[in-house]
Design a protein around this ligand. Sequence first.
Ligand SMILES: Cc1cc2nc3c(=O)[nH]c(=O)nc-3n(C[C@H](O)[C@H](O)[C@H](O)COP(=O)(O)OP(=O)(O)OC[C@H]3O[C@@H](n4cnc5c(N)ncnc54)[C@H](O)[C@@H]3O)c2cc1C
Length: 381
Amino acid sequence: MDLTQTAEVAAFRAEARAWLSEHVPASPLPSLETAEGFAAHREWEGLLHADRWSVVSWPEEYGGRGVDIVKWLVFEEEYWAAGAPGRVSQNGINLLAPTLFDHASEEQRARVLPPMASGEVIWAQAWSEPESGSDLASLKSRAVRTEGGWLLSGQKTWSSRAAFADRAFGIFRTDPDAPKQHQGLTYLMFDLRAPGVTVRPIGRLDGKPAFAELFLDQVFVPDADVIGEPGQGWRIAMSTTGNERGLTLRAPGRFLAAADRLVALWESAGDPADTALRDRVADAVVGARAYELFTWAGASRFAAGESVGAESSLNKVFWSQYDIALHETALDLLGADAELAEGAWAEPWVFSLAGPIYAGTNEIQRDIIAERLLGLPKGRR
Ligand SMILES: Cc1cc2nc3c(=O)[nH]c(=O)nc-3n(C[C@H](O)[C@H](O)[C@H](O)COP(=O)(O)OP(=O)(O)OC[C@H]3O[C@@H](n4cnc5c(N)ncnc54)[C@H](O)[C@@H]3O)c2cc1C
């Protein structure tokens, strides 16, 4: 692994840093899990996009800068170090976009990607169902053929930010007679404000209303919004899950920045006699650095043409556990009522608790690591 930074990468870093220092809002935006915060984040995404910083690794024709993975990682480092806001468009950019790049038609890419890059259309992921989370292939929501398209019916759940998003993407059963569960599924995009869609927020621990379940009753979707071929939904969905578990959702830049903030908190509020807590702060710094180096090693292999594959599960278990440990350390430093305070640590702490569940639970990731990376025998299901 070569960690030397070329002059070109250094210039890119300097350009990103200068732009961010001029444009990042001086005070944090309201939570993107509220209507007010969602609107403020959408506006921020528009500002990023205006100078082509919203999707740096995408081709220029879709609003990006066409940069490679090294520059993308550098941008992420600068983004989080500058204290820039979390991305409300992340489901679209990190999950749907890679699917579109790999499987969509030219027409679909030209129509869907630019408004995604600008924050004009924000996407929700509608994969999970009440009885189909880990065992996603058992999903029951269906799409039935009609003239010029499909009619969707069923229930989707745990859809992040769906209460305020514009559109959603998901997989639907189009052939209930297919011999195996994961056959006869089709990948579709649909409008969250179309007739027949009911969006019902799910109460969260912190009362913020963006998380939602979706009830679909004969919702029309034109053929133009089918991704790939009907019946190929599972193959298409599985080709992009690595993005959710791996790099794109949790670039090391955000943990490096959070570890820096934790050190600053320790310096201002830590008790020097509390060596146990001091060690946890040090562990957070070491963990962020280890994750950074692991990521650079993966990126080097990726740049050399190797695929990352099941390693994204290793990544996912690491970042989700790290995130909880980091936030718990911050709350212990802040004192007994820190969980109740609004601010830089309490909300991300609540969210960190969900890390081992979403993007495929850690139990499932450990099965993948055991079987595909370590070659251990299949466990009992
Ligand atoms: C904050 C948050 C945001 C989310 N956002 C979205 C979203 O935007 N879109 C979306 O579609 N979904 C989303 N999800 C849903 C998420 O993907 C599912 O919750 C997850 O896949 C687990 O499914 P489940 O909740 O049905 O639990 P289950 O699958 O019922 O699992 C329950 C428990 O059993 C364990 N288990 C199940 N099967 C096995 C097995 N074979 N081996 C070992 N252990 C097993 C699981 O690991 C888990 O601990 C979100 C979830 C959360 C918490």
